[in-house]
Ligand binder design. Structure first.
Ligand code: NGO
Length: 491
């Protein structure tokens, strides 16, 4: 590997002659408060190297050949989320102000080791060399997200854990879980048990769906937290609610429960927004989800409601966002809700227009944005005409399409300071397995991760495709399914 072959591109890369080689006697020395990062690194390195790699205190004596994870004394440019990596023939040192920065540095280190490090089983006769030099690195945006639609196709806990592991490698730090939709309700709510017992039993097509018990959801949250990833739970409303409406007749305008739904049309369902019981329902659902979610956000959906008048929809949005705020969380919603969103909330912009008057006005009131334009970020769009999976309502989205745009200037009327970051949604109407999901995410997800992390000055398609070309072997070693796009000169 070369010091440059890192995705997302680091802010500063200074190669030096020589290399560091990880030996059987190496230890991982770590500052107090960062032991979790050290044991994560040991778990990554032990299976393929076969080395013991004991984790010891930083103070535990200088020895050549050790890996050091140090809190403090990093280059000041690294800030609270960045890191500095120094590699010489003698030592490999990652420094950061906070454990989250060390974790990002560990991901860079993974990518600087030979691809075989990802194989999960002993790779004999390897020289575990890391090129010498210095990297100083820090994120451009605080919100670097991916979204997984577990409603149209249910992903069991183990698959979500594996997806989270992939996100970590590319420094993605938010996973938005689309937990409910017309085709299924995926998170158990104790006060409304039929949501999952009945409403969780379907998905798109003839599958039997599934759902997360609250303990399953907590397991996902904990796995993500160990990787410094925040879970953003979405309960989509007032539309995209057929699974809830089928489970509880009293949530329907006419008091009658519809059949469960397994097709892929959108926009036909809506909660009854004029009945008080609906707000009690919303309050109790968000109360339970808030209690299970340590992260700051609760997402209320709000997209594609075709059966309500604008005033009724707006009134619902404002009231629900106040309920979310009352549970101590920051409301998030798709950008249709921006017009009625409260000032402290966040809107996911999924339009393709370069300006949107409602969004501009909302930003003026203090609403901030996460960008997910479908013609750039939707991982469920086909790569090209030959892609079997996916949809094409927003066009085909090649790797270059995903990469070659600037989140800071995408919306012409919005100042870049209102943009918290980018998100890559993986909707699952056409997805039947985790391998399908990986195929649609790779290599576009690393492209979007780079937009979120790397400085605008590092943005360069030619450089990106050359760096990414070294990652195919890494994905092969991980057993990760990906699209071998002809846009990338795979090595
Ligand atoms: C839209 C729609 C989703 C679909 C997706 C498919 C948003 C925010 N709402 O995006 O329900 O699954 O497109 O590409």
């Amino acid at each position: 590997m070369a010091l440059f072959d890192v995705v997302p591109a680091p802010a500063v890369v200074e190669p030096a002659p020589g290399s560091f080689t990880l030996q059987v006697s190496a230890r991982i020395r770590v500052s107090p408060r960062a032991e979790g990062v050290a044991s994560y690194l040991a778990d990554v390195l032990r299976p393929s190297t076969g080395f013991a790699l004991p984790v010891v205190q930083l103070e535990d004596g200088d020895r050549d050949g050790d890996i050091l994870l140090v809190l403090g004394e990093a280059d000041p440019r690294t800030g609270r989320h960045g890191y500095e990596l120094m590699v010489t023939g003698r030592l490999l040192v990652i420094r950061a102000e906070e454990p989250v920065g060390l974790f990002a540095g560990v991901q860079t280190l993974r990518q600087l080791l030979p691809a075989e490090v990802e194989s999960g089983s002993p790779a004999a006769g390897m020289a575990w060399a890391v090129p010498a030099g210095r990297i100083v690195d820090f994120p451009r945006f605080g919100y670097r997200g991916a979204m997984l639609d577990v409603a149209r196709r249910f992903f069991p806990v183990d698959e979500v854990r594996r997806f989270i592991d992939h996100l970590a490698l590319y420094k993605v730090n938010h996973l938005h879980l689309h937990l409910t939709d017309d085709q299924g309700w995926r998170i158990a709510v104790k006060q409304w048990p039929n949501l999952t017992l009945y409403g969780g039993g379907t998905e798109v097509g003839d599958g039997s769906g599934g759902y997360y018990e609250q303990s399953d959801y907590s397991e996902i949250v904990a796995h993500a937290a160990e990787r410094f990833i925040t879970i953003v739970p979405e309960i989509d409303m007032p539309g995209h609610t057929n699974a809830a409406l089928a489970s509880y007749p009293e949530l329907n305008e006419d008091g009658r429960a519809p059949d469960r739904y397994t097709g892929i049309e959108v926009g036909f369902s809506a909660l009854c927004v004029t009945r008080e019981l609906t707000y009690q329902f919303v309050d109790e659902v968000f109360e339970e989800v808030a209690r299970l979610t340590p992260g700051p956000y609760l997402h209320m959906g709000g997209d594609e409601v075709k059966t309500l008048e604008p005033e009724a929809y707006d009134g619902f949005v404002t009231r629900v966002q106040r309920i979310i705020a009352a549970h101590g969380k920051t409301p998030m919603a798709w950008h249709e809700a921006a017009r009625a969103a409260v000032g402290s909330s966040i809107a996911h912009y999924w339009g393709t227009a370069a300006a949107d008057a409602d969004v501009t006005a909302a930003v003026a009131r203090g609403v901030r944005l996460v960008l997910c334009p479908p013609n750039r970020t939707y991982l469920d769009m086909k790569y090209d005409d030959s892609t079997v999976l996916g949809q094409r309502w927003a066009g085909v989205v090649g790797v270059r399409d995903a990469y070659d745009w600037d989140p800071g200037s995408y919306l012409s009327d919005v100042d870049s300071t209102a943009v918290l970051g980018v998100e890559a949604p993986l909707w699952s109407e056409t997805i039947r397995s985790l391998a399908d999901a990986e195929f649609m995410a790779f290599p576009r997800l690393p492209a979007l991760a780079e937009l979120g992390w790397s400085p605008a000055s590092a943005h360069d398609w030619e450089s990106f495709r050359q760096r990414l070309a070294t990652h195919g072997r890494r994905w092969d070693a991980m057993g990760l399914t990906y699209f071998p796009s002809p846009e990338i000169p795979w090595r």
